[in-house]
Design a protein around this ligand. Structure first.
Ligand SMILES: Cc1cc2nc3c(=O)[nH]c(=O)nc-3n(C[C@H](O)[C@H](O)[C@H](O)COP(=O)(O)OP(=O)(O)OC[C@H]3O[C@@H](n4cnc5c(N)ncnc54)[C@H](O)[C@@H]3O)c2cc1C
Length: 269
């Protein structure tokens, strides 16, 4: 249902071997796509299943006092330019524990500061007046689907200048459309439509940051494959991309990579 795919044929293995070695694969394909790999090939397509990069933190401590980051939302620089399979779960376990302990220690020795009433009022206005109270004619689900299409087609595995530039422009246009998005359900309690809209707002911002950073990085490195710049370029690009919020849009900056025992080498597989 989600576009082109290749067919992975396991039928030659037979039912006994599939049940013994690949029971989970059989269960998932039957449950999610209604296909039994004992009798039919499995459709295979690439999908984004991890977001590399995130809130910059040093051992979970972020530049914002009292904010800790761990897991997929964080960038602790431990994955290099391409996270290896299963390291995400390991990262969550290790750094989730670190963040929890550090946050608890800090909380025990901190006083709860006065809440900034003006900022709270601003945020309430944004959520309830601007987003929930929006009477514009745009649909949240349509903007979300369009964003997914743009990211899948233009910011996907193999990237190039033209399509990345188009993606940045189109995502910015979607962000403008989002300003006129209407949440169908006006309830202030358990409103999933409102949650979808709030999440989409954040996702559009991150989609722009992702596309812009990919457009800016004129080399290939790890999971970032530029067909127009296929080589890794350590002379110019052995550095982290940092993106800051400004009222005029995302601002790109850089940070050096800390290299300790293992020198970066060309991937030869
Ligand atoms: C299909 C798929 C397969 C994967 N396979 C593997 C694998 O084999 N091995 C591996 O290591 N990793 C794998 N991953 C990646 C791994 O599952 C994730 O990186 C990991 O689960 C992230 O955990 P997390 O706790 O950091 O984030 P999440 O699990 O995303 O948790 C974040 C939580 O924060 C909540 N949240 C978000 N915004 C707000 C807000 N504003 N207020 C309050 N709550 C909020 C969300 O609802 C969510 O519950 C896979 C991912 C996918 C999608």
């Amino acid at each position: 249902p989600n576009g082109p795919y290749i067919a992975l044929d396991l039928t030659h293995l037979g039912e006994d071997k599939i049940n013994e070695r690949l029971p989970y694969i059989r269960e998932v394909t039957q449950r999610l796509v209604g296909i039994d790999p004992v009798h039919e090939p499995i459709p295979i397509a690439p999908a984004a299943h991890y977001s590399m990069g995130g809130i910059r933190a040093n051992m979970t401590v972020t530049p914002l006092p009292h904010l800790f980051a761990a897991g997929e939302c964080s960038c602790l620089s431990l994955h290099g330019a391409n996270r290896l399979g299963s390291n995400s779960t390991a990262e969550c376990l290790v750094f989730g524990a670190v963040a929890g302990e550090e946050a608890a220690k800090l909380a025990l020795k901190s006083e709860l500061p006065d809440l900034p009433q003006e900022k709270l009022a601003q945020e309430e206005k944004r959520v309830f007046d601007q987003i929930l109270g929006n009477e514009g004619g745009e649909r949240v689900s349509e903007i979300r689907t369009k964003m997914m299409d743009i990211m899948n087609e233009k910011v996907w595995i193999f990237r190039d200048e033209k399509r990345l530039a188009e993606a940045v422009k189109e995502i910015r246009a979607l962000r403008e459309r989002f300003k006129r998005a209407k949440v169908e359900d006006s309830s202030k309690v358990f409103n999933l439509g409102l949650i979808n809209a709030l999440e989409l707002d954040f996702m559009l911002e991150l989609a722009e940051v992702t596309a812009l950073s990919a457009l800016n990085r004129k080399e290939s490195r790890g999971a970032h494959s530029r067909v127009d710049y296929p080589q890794r370029d350590d002379a110019n690009w052995l550095k982290h991309t940092l993106v800051y919020y400004t009222v005029d849009g995302p601002m790109i900056d850089y940070a050096p990579v800390t290299i300790t025992k293992w020198q970066p080498v060309e991937r030869k597989y």
